[in-house]
Ligand binder design. Structure first.
Ligand code: PLP
Length: 360
């Protein structure tokens, strides 16, 4: 029998959403934090046009996209790396900076792929407790050990939806030893940019990376384009472990065009926030516990694993798929992505019905 290496055979496969609707029902997926709108028409046109050069390999240096991002955010194009989704960048950071002799650290209810990336790199994965659904900088600093090499935090967080204030992130960075890489994952950053600036200024210190993605606010999840601002020495090492030619020509073209359509992206964020806050209010009125979210999803705290499982099954039986959060250490919670109005209405109605039965 052919066996995989030890640390791989010990791993569980990454848990993706289960998207099979029951027979006779159509699927309403509110499970993957995708955008409620298709990409900007400019991005669709650019991707279609890019197919004409589909017989050629893509630009391995993502030049046009980097220039567009540099202009938008006022950051140096040389510091930008683009990945096949920000997942590729997270994975490469773990590969380049952690191994079996050391550890990655993250908040207890962090994005589960941080753990997967650390495990693929054979590193130990440590977690620090959160307080009231929020990242605790004190707990993270207290959890640092001599062999900690990377600290991952997502801001805003997935699946918690909560936000870490800029001053707290600066305090985290300043409290961490200089030989620990801090990775600030701002996959949902565009939904909260009006509340504070991105953390790109920390990258100049040489010990911090800030990641973003086109998968959420820009609605390009299927194009797989993530990016980040990296200190030069970190970027050099990450590039060694990245797949060359990682982003398709169409993906690069779509992302570049999406950057030029900020109006469209901002509209998506506004509409998402409107529906999100409306859904939260509706579910709260039905007696459910829904913390404030700064993202394109809400976390619903069902009170127990059994309640979360039961509600998930009740919605699934109608073809509505939310995302259970056991993988993030929140087995009593479901996460609902903000989809189009009709889908949100259907999910809200089913949850109200479920909550009504629970309360009888
Ligand atoms: C916090 C966080 N980081 C990264 C990602 C990965 O995004 P991408 O599609 O860019 O790989 C996600 C996707 O859900 C996420 O929630």
């Amino acid at each position: 029998m052919i066996r995989s290496v030890g640390h791989v055979s010990a791993m569980s496969p990454y848990a993706l959403a289960q998207l099979k609707p029951p027979q006779g029902k159509s699927l309403i997926s509110l499970s993957q934090n995708e955008s409620l709108r298709p990409p900007s028409p400019l991005a669709i046109d650019a991707a279609a046009k890019a197919l004409e050069a589909g017989h050629l390999y893509p630009d391995p240096d993502w030049r046009d996209l980097r220039v567009a991002l540099s202009g938008l955010h006022g950051i140096p194009a040389e510091g930008i790396l683009c990945g096949c989704g920000s997942m590729e960048l997270i994975s490469c950071l773990a590969h380049a900076f952690a191994d079996e002799k050391n550890a990655a650290l993250a908040p207890a209810h962090a994005y589960p792929f941080f753990r997967t990336a650390a495990k693929i790199a054979r590193a130990r994965y440590d977690v620090a407790p959160e307080k009231g659904g929020r990242v605790s900088v004190d707990a993270l600093l207290a959890a640092v050990r001599d062999d900690t090499r990377i600290v991952f935090v997502a801001n805003p967080g997935n699946p918690t939806g909560t936000r870490i204030a800029r001053a707290e992130l600066v305090r985290l960075r300043e409290g961490l030893p200089a030989d620990i890489l801090l990775v600030i994952d701002e996959a949902y950053g565009e939904f909260a940019d009006h509340l504070g600036e991105p953390m790109f200024d920390l990258v100049g210190r040489g010990d911090t990376v800030v990641l973003r993605t086109f998968s959420k606010a820009y609605g390009l999840a299927g194009m797989r384009v993530g990016w980040g601002l990296f200190p030069p020495e970190i970027a050099r090492e990450v590039r060694k472990v990245m797949n060359p030619n990682n982003i398709t020509t169409a993906g690069q073209a779509a992302a570049k065009a999406a950057v030029t359509d900020q109006v469209y992206m901002r509209e998506t964020c506004r509409e998402t926030a409107r529906l999100r806050d409306g859904l939260r209010q509706r579910l709260q009125q039905a007696g459910l516990n829904v913390p404030e979210s700064f993202t394109n999803f809400i976390l619903i705290r069902m009170g127990s694993f059994d309640a979360a499982h039961d509600a998930d099954e009740a919605l699934r039986s109608e073809g509505v798929v939310l995302r259970p959060q056991g993988g993030a250490g929140l087995a009593d919670c479901l996460r609902a992505t903000i989809g189009v109005t009709d889908h949100i209405d259907i999910a809200a109605g089913l949850l109200e019905r479920w909550a009504g039965k629970e309360n009888i």
